[in-house]
Design a protein around this ligand. Structure first.
Ligand code: ATP
Length: 289
């Protein structure tokens, strides 16, 4: 018996940091949604009591450092599962890119193993468990559009944003999420209009969404990574309606309504950025094709 789960990448439409908490985590407010660039995870039942992770991507660890492994381990321990699983990860999402690839794999593992091991848990129970694996895992469990608060684990689901195309470009130099948060100056931040973005999404107001894209972590990543700033400028020049860095970066995304314009941006960017993708914005759970 085996289960197949898609693990889509996420992008931030907004990312705000409100304050640093006594437990040293940052209190965040972010609106995230999903795009049609996804890892595919296959789960095979093992009679033996072990977890095996297989991936051909050399940047993806295959031991307990892998977030999908950790999600499986958490379920095994919490529900005293005495059988095992082999998890095959077909990696399509760029690693350490600000697209929550690892978190999405962990979320797919929670959904997949809930079925494989017949645990009967609800999405909200899986999301609560996910928050023990990583801050973005709860959002990824729902695989939709949501406002995430707290460390990122308090999820309020939203409708899908208006349909559009998303051009993703990943600069070569990676970014450490931890060091970006450590370098963030909380004074004088220009905060996103989170409530305005929620209204724009609810009203399916594409221009309203474009106008309100904002990520406070750009104040750290952009000055340190000139390539990110350059790609943002080029995307705008080639016709994107709005452009933003996702998460802590370095991936930049641009929104457009026509596929032909997305293709034009893709072709124009390919000259100086190796990793460029044109994908649809998803924003709500998709059935597997
Ligand atoms: P976020 O946006 O949540 O900060 P990210 O997209 O920047 O995440 P990931 O792709 O999740 O970053 O990778 C961050 C690190 O996590 C990698 O360096 C990798 O070693 C580790 N990792 C653990 N499990 C996975 C996984 N299943 N896929 C990718 N990376 C993983």
């Amino acid at each position: 018996m085996y289960i197949l789960e898609k693990a889509p990448a996420k992008i931030n439409l907004t990312l705000d940091v409100l304050y640093k908490r006594p437990d040293h985590y940052h209190e965040v407010e972010m609106i995230m949604t999903t795009v049609d660039l996804a890892d595919r995870l296959e789960f095979f039942l093992l009679k033996e009591d072990r977890i095996e992770v297989v991936s051909e991507n050399r940047f993806v660890p295959n031991d307990e450092r892998n977030l999908a492994y950790r999600a499986a381990m958490l379920l095994k321990e919490r529900f005293q599962i005495k059988i095992g699983v082999k998890i095959k990860i077909d990696k399509q999402i760029p690693v350490a890119a600000g697209l929550a690839g690892g978190s999405s794999d962990a979320a797919a593992a929670l959904r997949g193993l809930n079925k494989l091991w017949k645990l009967g848990l609800s999405l909200s129970e899986l999301a609560t468990l996910g928050s023990e694996v990583g801050s973005d895992v709860s959002f990824c469990v729902y695989d939709s559009t949501a406002l995430a608060k707290g460390r990122g684990e308090n999820i309020l689901e939203l409708p899908a944003p208006p349909h559009c195309w998303v051009v993703l470009a990943k600069p070569v130099q990676g970014v450490s999420t931890q060091s970006v948060y450590q370098s963030l100056h909380l004074d004088n931040l220009d905060h996103p209009d989170t409530q305005g973005m929620i209204q724009a999404i609810k009203q399916s107001d594409y221009q309203g969404v474009c106008k309100r894209l904002k990520n406070v972590l750009e104040t750290v990543t952009l000055p340190k990574n000139p390539e990110v700033e350059l790609i943002k400028a080029q995307m705008k020049r080639f016709g994107a309606d709005a452009v933003l860095m996702s998460g802590s970066g370095p991936t930049v995304f641009g929104l457009v309504q026509q596929e032909s314009r997305a293709d034009h941006i893709y072709n124009s960017l390919r000259g100086f950025c190796e990793e460029v993708y044109v994908v649809r914005l998803l924003g709500s759970h998709q059935t597997l094709d």
